[in-house]
Design a protein around this ligand. Structure first.
Ligand SMILES: [Mg+2]
Length: 294
């Protein structure tokens, strides 16, 4: 179930607001603003699903409000429906140019407005669902490859200080699949994901790059600190046990390669590449271990 849907109604005339409150108040949570300035303040602090926006208001008009909303990352995806007495084509055209998604003229037909609101909300939720599917790994719920790289690239560009990359691979995973079958292989991947997640801080970027391969990008105070964290993860994976349908004990281990950003690290790919080389070294020298390259 979705949380209650919140709509912001912006109009400098209170009677107009009352009409919309009566019409939509039973189905949605309505928040009200009597000016453009206060609308922007609310949009920045509250989580809104839709904005119904008047155009003619003193000081800041609806067009300006919409332009500011659309220029701000936090508010740019909130659909804006203009509700206005202006019926000329220039005004309508401008409403779409500044980022409005629909345009309703006053006096409006109540059922038409309700239907338009519902349509835009459905579209918004559909887009959110698609974005979720496109960003998160279905099996484990963590970032997929695409989302991992998107977030990690952003971190590399904005927060390079003491940046680390970790590549993680489940050891001899093919053997687990071949011996116990794919459902057990999947259960192992999920259990490993949960175990790693428990030891990560919320700002760490953690993704499943594919198959049995994971990666972390994070800032850490020192090599000591990250060593401790990764070692805890390695031990936790090493010590868990899954039971198969036939009550066989299934255990697994992981290998990790870790790299730290240097002056000459050009981009995220270079940082990950270093971690990958370290991972190969871990795999080649006995597995179930962490190799650092700094
Ligand atoms: Mg007005």
């Amino acid at each position: 179930m979705r949380k209650k849907i919140t709509i912001l109604v912006v109009d400098d005339t209170e009677t107009n607001i009352d009409i919309l409150l009566n019409l939509l108040g039973d189905d949605y949570d309505l928040t009200v603003a009597l000016s453009g300035e206060s609308a922007l303040e609310i949009a920045n602090t509250e989580s809104l699903d839709l904005i119904l926006l008047d155009i003619m208001m003193p000081q800041m008009d609806g067009y300006e409000v919409c332009e500011i909303l659309k220029a701000n990352d936090k508010t740019k995806d909130i659909p804006v429906i203009f509700i206005t007495a202006k019926t000329d084509e220039d005004s309508i055209e401008k409403a779409y140019e500044v980022g409005g998604i629909d345009y309703v003229t006053k006096p409006f037909k109540p059922r038409e407005l309700t239907a338009r609101v519902k349509t835009q909300l459905n579209l918004k939720f559909l887009i959110e669902d698609l974005e979720f599917i496109a960003s998160y790994d279905q099996m484990t719920g963590i970032c997929n490859r695409r989302k991992f790289f998107e977030l990690a690239e952003r971190k590399f560009l904005t927060d390079k200080n003491n940046l680390y990359a970790v590549m993680i691979d489940i050891d001899k995973f093919k053997l687990i699949n071949d011996t116990h079958g794919h459902p057990i292989g999947d259960a192992v991947i999920i259990k490993v994901t949960e175990t790693i997640s428990q030891y990560l801080e919320s700002e760490f970027i953690f993704g499943r790059l594919g198959g049995e391969e994971f990666a972390i990008v994070c800032n850490c105070e020192s090599l000591d600190e990250i060593t401790q964290k990764l070692e805890r993860i390695r031990k936790a994976v090493d010590s868990f046990e899954l039971l198969s349908d036939k009550n066989e004990s299934i255990k697994c281990t992981i290998s990790m390669g870790c790299s730290k950003i240097k002056q000459e690290t050009k981009n995220l790919d270079a940082l990950l590449k270093e971690a990958d080389v370290a991972l190969y070294e871990a795999k080649g020298s006995g597995r179930n271990k962490i190799i650092f390259r700094s």
